[in-house]
Design a protein around this ligand. Structure first.
Ligand code: SF4
Ligand code: SF4
Length: 113
């Protein structure tokens, strides 16, 4: 993938085109969130299961760092910042994450262009 990106960049560079630099923080800061305070779309089902889960794979893939572990081993999800990529719905070996899309009118709003 990086090699392909390099090839595209090289081709464009030879054609005199500059690829724009893209920073994830800039993209994230352009998003709007309509947070549903009454009905979180992501939840840990059983906190005690997380305490016994040593590896905690849910802490690693989220691009916005929504999953945080407390010293007690309990995991909390900052669902307010979720960009709805769906990665974490597949990562838990104990099926301990309740995941659904936010209700209509809530969730992240992307701006393209
Ligand atoms: S992977 Fe699942 S059980 Fe383990 S800490 Fe994360 S949510 Fe809890
Ligand atoms: S759906 Fe994606 S952005 Fe949202 S909490 Fe899960 S991994 Fe993070």
């Amino acid at each position: 993938m990086d090699a392909k990106r390099d090839t595209v960049a090289e081709t464009r560079s030879q054609a005199g085109e500059e690829l724009p630099h893209v920073y994830i923080d800039d993209i994230l800061s352009s998003l709007k969130y309509y947070v549903d305070e009454d009905e979180p779309h992501l939840q840990i089902i059983a906190g005690d299961v997380c305490i016994r889960c040593a590896a905690k794979p849910c802490l690693y893939p989220c691009s916005v760092g929504a999953y945080q572990a407390q010293d007690s081993g309990v995991v909390q999800i900052a669902y307010h910042s979720c960009v709805e990529c769906g990665t974490c719905r597949m990562i838990c070996p104990y099926d301990n994450i309740r995941w659904k899309y936010p209700r209509g009118g809530y969730g992240v709003a992307y701006k393209f262009g």
